[in-house]
Design a protein around this ligand. Structure first.
Ligand code: HH2
Length: 287
């Protein structure tokens, strides 16, 4: 049986918001922007100021077709950033390499965000929390005609199985994540979001990451059929994050932290069934 003990959000009225910080040259949205460690740390602190509960530091892109990097290079990118941010905010390390996860926890990270759903022994050894994300294949191959008989059931069953193994190994904080865009077509992504209740019903806390992803670009394509560029995917990112939270996700992983925190607060208040909004008065402009 799940015994999840996720971190409490700064504001108890809302779910957690994980801010994305990619210290990479090639991430699909922010690639190259935060490769310099000082700029990365400054960006991380910005995410904190915007309300991020966790900053997720990654040193290797997992976008479709991304090139693998060595552990040494990944460590060179992430360690100074993890070390500098961890006194200020909870830090997760987005990696699939055991050595990187271990070193990042040594530098102050307390959550291993694992898109391979295989690093629970490392999390158990280090005493860190663990995010198990579902994916099919590797970034090089994962979008080559992915097929499922029942995507929701298959993703749920794999994640529940891994979570049970992690719990048995002694991991104290376990999250499951359907892995939107990782070996999934647009329809698979939508089915997973629509079927999120099945993941929530496992009892493991659920994380969802849709932020600025390609399927949102496709859904927002212009009249010429070209997908909306990454900087025009905020509406879809917010809509899907809000939907996921409303369906019971306990955390969303996003680039646009401030906007998502606002949305999460609203969902939290509505879920609590409390119409009162604290200090906001009806005399305020626009109410
Ligand atoms: N998505 C990405 C990376 N890590 N981790 C979790 N738990 N869930 C996700 O959906 C997820 C993830 C891909 O997004 P991003 O980090 O923005 O891009 P890139 O992989 O190109 O660095």
């Amino acid at each position: 049986m799940p015994d999840p003990s996720p971190a409490a959000p700064a504001d108890p009225d809302r779910a957690l918001v994980m801010g994305i910080l990619n210290v990479t040259p090639d991430s699909f949205s922010d690639g190259g922007r935060w490769l310099d460690p000082d700029r990365a740390v400054a960006r991380g602190l910005e995410l904190v100021a915007e309300g991020a509960d966790i900053v997720d530091v990654g040193g290797e892109s997992t976008r479709p077709g991304a090139v693998e990097v060595s552990a040494d290079e990944e460590l060179r990118r992430v360690l100074p950033v993890v070390g500098a941010l961890s006194p200020h905010v909870r830090v997760s390390i987005d990696t699939t390499k055991a050595s990187v996860a271990e070193a990042a926890v040594g530098a102050g990270a307390t959550l291993v965000n694992d898109v391979s759903a295989s690093l629970w022994p490392v999390a158990a050894d280090c005493g860190a929390g663990w995010v198990a994300m579902h994916r099919r294949g590797t970034p090089a191959t994962m979008q080559d005609d992915p097929r499922y008989d029942d995507v929701v059931a298959e993703v749920r069953d794999l994640l529940a199985d891994r979570a049970e193994q992690a719990a048995a190994a002694g991991v104290g904080e376990i999250w499951i994540d359907p892995g939107i865009g990782f070996g999934k077509t647009l329809d698979h992504n939508l089915e997973l979001l629509a079927g999120l209740d099945a993941l929530v019903a496992t009892g493991w806390p659920v994380v969802v990451g849709t932020s600025r992803k390609g399927f949102l670009g496709v859904l927002a394509a212009g009249p010429d059929g070209a997908p909306a560029p990454v900087d025009q995917r905020l509406p879809g990112s917010l809509a899907t994050a809000t939907y996921a939270l409303q369906r019971g996700a306990g955390m969303v992983r996003v680039h646009d932290v401030a906007a998502t925190v606002q949305a999460a607060l609203l969902v939290g208040r509505l879920q609590a069934g409390a119409p009162g909004t604290g200090s906001t008065s009806e005399t305020e402009e626009g109410s």
